[in-house]
Design a protein around this ligand. Structure first.
Ligand code: 9UX
Length: 69
């Protein structure tokens, strides 16, 4: 439950995808600030959210996510 989570997101191909992914992340408990980037396909999430829930939300929105290393 760290305060900033960096995700790699694949499957986003347009700016509407970015909006979809942003909304999905914003719906997760604890999320305070979300920045999703189309290129290269990534997100920075601030707030005490669970990484597994962030990834699940992205997958439910139709994209793939993993923790950035
Ligand atoms: Mo753009 Mo993304 O037309 O899931 S919304 S491809």
């Amino acid at each position: 439950m760290s305060n900033t989570t960096e995700l790699n997101i694949s499957g986003m191909t347009c700016n509407h995808c970015v909006k979809n992914a942003s909304k999905a992340l914003e719906g997760v408990s604890g999320v305070q600030i979300v920045e999703v980037r189309l290129e290269p396909g990534s997100a920075t999430v601030q707030g005490p959210a669970e990484a597994t829930q962030l990834i699940a939300a992205i997958e439910e929105a139709g994209y793939e996510a993993e923790l950035a290393s």
